[in-house]
Ligand binder design. Structure first.
Ligand code: SAM
Length: 284
């Protein structure tokens, strides 16, 4: 691919989704955009690039952005965050929200649904902490294609084998030929919607917990900063944020601080927490 074309896609991706593309990822453009060019009946990537320099069809731009997203995910990915959700955050919120009896969670880059469904299953497995509570899990992603897969909630044997304990598989899924379909009880707990993290988040309301895992890694420092500033405004003064294992707020956000001994879990620096209770849950 010519340098000028590489820059065209690089700028487009940055503007539309915040994704950064370094020069060594040129091969990714070729492999992921060739099917898009075929779908849109362009003779080659070069002809698609020419078309994009005019007034590009927004649907084509959307296809390009979706093709360039990385949707890697799995049930209970990395384990630890879900342990912290169950052992630290849920018991704490069970007390702090005991009068409202409601819990609102935002899974901010939900991919094909394994992450929000893992949260829903964890909440169901720990109902004794939050009996009869209203639980709302809002799961968003920039890609309509991946959201469609997430809403379907049907996974292959390979996908369920990655991270899902067998007893949870048999309890919450039904076999559908070679695949496993998540039961309605769990599916109904999660509401999926398209949302671009570059957009104004105020429309989404407030959340007790935000998970923004394994997506900030694709953004530059400035974009990460802007997203974390906006997220800090979406949680109340005693809310929680989870980031991915390779992500941090250090040097990026003034609003959040890591919870000691709880890798991946962050609280508001100027927040209003019962730290004694929180540290007690964290210590087990
Ligand atoms: C690697 S997956 C992470 C999935 C899940 N959070 C996890 O940790 O397993 C990253 C997801 O972020 C989404 N994404 C990328 N850029 C985005 C943006 N600007 N706004 C919202 N979602 C975005 C992609 O479509 C993709 O599904």
């Amino acid at each position: 691919m010519r340098i000028a074309d590489f820059d065209l896609y690089k700028d487009m991706l940055m503007k539309q989704s915040g994704l950064t593309l370094s020069a060594d990822k040129c091969y990714l453009l070729d492999s992921r955009l060739t099917p898009v060019a075929k779908k849109w009946d362009f003779a080659s990537l070069d002809t698609m690039s020419v078309a994009l320099r005019g007034m590009p069809d927004p649907a084509l731009v959307k296809d390009i952005v979706e093709a360039m997203t990385t949707n890697e995910t799995s049930f209970f990915r990395d384990g630890k965050p879900f342990e912290l959700f169950k052992e630290v955050v849920l018991p704490y919120i069970a007390k702090s929200r005991s009068t409202q009896r409601s819990l609102r969670i935002w899974c901010a880059a939900s991919s094909s649904g394994q992450e929000p469904y893992s949260l829903a299953i964890t909440a169901l497995e720990n109902q004794h902490l939050i009996p009869g509570w209203k639980i709302e899990i809002v799961a968003t992603d920039i890609s309509d294609d991946i959201l469609e897969i997430a809403r379907k909630a049907e996974y292959s044997q390979f996908e369920v084998q990655r991270g899902l304990p067998i007893q949870l598989l048999t309890k919450y899924f039904e076999q559908n030929n070679e695949n496993w379909k998540l039961k309605e009880e769990v599916r109904n707990m999660v509401k999926f919607q398209n949302f671009n993290l570059l957009n104004d988040m105020a429309t989404l309301g407030l959340f007790d917990i935000i998970l923004c895992r394994n997506v900030l890694i694709y953004f530059n420092e400035e974009t990460k900063k802007e997203i974390l500033i906006k997220m800090a405004k979406r949680i109340p003064s005693d809310g929680f944020l989870f980031l991915g294992g390779a992500e941090t707020v250090l040097g990026i956000s003034e609003d959040f601080t890591p919870m000691s001994d709880c890798r991946g879990l962050y609280v508001l620096r100027e927040g209003n927490y019962d730290m004694e209770a929180l540290e007690k849950s964290a210590a087990g």
